[in-house]
Design a protein around this ligand. Structure first.
Ligand code: AMP
Ligand code: FE
Ligand code: FE
Ligand code: ZN
Length: 288
C-alpha cells in the first residue's frame, strides 16, 4: 500500500488542479492520497468527481495556526485535519472569524500606508474582493503594483509587506489547541504537520506537543521532506512516548516544490487507525 497523506492543489498553493492531482496520484502508483489544501475544503468536490478507479481519497485540510513557543511568544504551525465534517458549527464559525480578522488586518495595513501618503485606497482594496476570498497581503501588493508604487508583487513584499517590513501586521491565526479541538469536534483526526521543519523558522517545543496530545492531537507528521534523519528520530521518540500516531507525507505542491507524490509515505496500520478515529464522521474515505 502506497499512502501519501499531504498534498496541495491550485485551490491553495499547488499547481495541479484537484482533478489533475488525483490523476497524478494514480500515475505515481499511490493507493491512497489526502488532499490537504491550506485553510480550505474547496477542492474536495472536484477531487471526488475526478477520482480514478482504485485510488482512495482522504479529504483533509492544513490549518494555519499559532502555538506558544514556550518563551512567552508564539510560533506559526500547521495542523492537518482529516475526514472532518466541513459543515460542523465550530469549523464554520472559526472560518468566519478568520475571514473577518483578515479583512480588518488588511484594512489596517492599507490605512497605515494611505496615512503615510501612499496612493492606496483601503476601500478599493477590500471592496474588490469577493466576500469568501481570504484577504491577504498579495491583494495589497497587487494594488501597490497597479498604483505604480512598486514594479512587482515581490518588490512590495521586500520593501513594505514582508514580516519585519514597515507595514507588516501579524495574522490572528487559530490557536493550535483550539484547532485540535475543532477538528475533533467535527469528527476528524488532527495531525501536526512538519513540526520539526527548522528551515521554515522557529518550531514548536516538545512540551507544547505534549499539551496538544492532552487536547486530542492524534498524530505527528514525522516523515516529511523538510525533516532531517535526526529530527525524525527525535520526533518519533516523542510520538511513541505520547502515544501519538506517526505519519509520512510528501507535502506535494506540484511545480511549486521539487518533492514528488509518494516521496514519503504512511504505514497502512496508521491509516487504519485514522479511519477508526474518524468513524461516525459524515466524511469518510472514498475509493474511485
Ligand atoms: P498573508 O496570508 O496575508 O500573511 O499573506 C501570505 C501570502 O503572501 C503567502 O501565501 C504568499 O502567497 C504571499 N507571499 C509571502 N511572502 C511573499 C513574497 N516575498 N513575495 C511574494 N509573495 C509572498
Ligand atoms: Fe503550501
Ligand atoms: Fe505546511
Ligand atoms: Zn502543506
Amino acid at each position: 500500500m502506497r499512502i501519501d497523506l499531504h498534498a496541495h492543489s491550485t485551490v491553495s498553493d499547488g499547481t495541479d488542479t484537484p482533478a489533475e492531482l488525483m490523476a497524478a496520484a494514480a500515475a505515481a502508483g499511490l493507493d491512497v492520497v489526502a488532499l490537504t489544501d491550506h485553510d480550505t475544503t474547496a477542492g474536495w468536490a472536484e477531487a471526488l468527481d475526478a477520482l480514478p478507479t482504485g485510488l482512495r481519497l482522504i479529504r483533509g485540510a492544513e490549518f494555519s495556526c499559532l502555538a506558544p513557543d514556550g518563551r512567552g511568544g508564539r510560533v506559526s504551525v500547521h495542523l492537518l485535519g482529516y475526514l472532518f465534517d466541513p459543515a460542523s458549527e465550530m469549523i464554520i464559525s472559526e472560518a468566519a472569524r478568520l475571514r473577518d480578522e483578515r479583512r480588518a488586518r488588511l484594512r489596517a495595513m492599507a490605512d497605515r500606508m494611505a496615512a503615510d501618503g501612499f496612493p492606496v485606497d483601503p476601500d478599493a482594496v477590500l471592496g474588490g474582493l469577493p466576500p469568501e476570498t481570504p484577504a491577504g497581503r498579495p491583494h495589497l501588493a497587487r494594488a501597490l503594483v497597479s498604483a505604480g508604487v512598486v514594479g512587482s508583487v515581490e518588490e512590495a513584499f521586500h520593501r513594505f509587506l514582508g514580516s519585519g517590513g514597515p507595514y507588516y501586521l501579524g495574522r490572528a491565526d487559530t490557536d493550535v489547541a483550539t484547532a485540535v479541538r475543532m477538528v475533533r469536534a467535527a469528527g476528524g483526526v488532527p495531525v501536526l504537520a512538519h513540526p520539526a521543519a527548522r528551515r521554515r523558522g522557529p518550531v514548536i517545543a516538545p512540551a507544547v506537543i505534549a499539551e496538544l496530545a492532552a487536547h486530542g492531537l492524534a498524530g505527528v507528521e514525522v516523515d516529511h521532506p523538510d525533516h532531517t534523519g535526526d529530527e525524525r528520530a527525535a520526533l518519533g521518540d516523542l510520538a511513541a512516548a505520547l502515544g501519538l500516531l506517526i505519519t509520512g507525507s510528501s507535502d506535494y505542491h506540484g511545480a511549486n516544490k521539487t518533492v514528488s507524490l509518494g516521496q514519503e509515505m504512511t504505514d497502512p496500520q496508521v491509516l487504519e487507525r485514522i479511519e477508526e478515529l474518524a468513524a461516525g464522521s459524515p466524511v469518510t474515505a472514498v475509493t474511485g
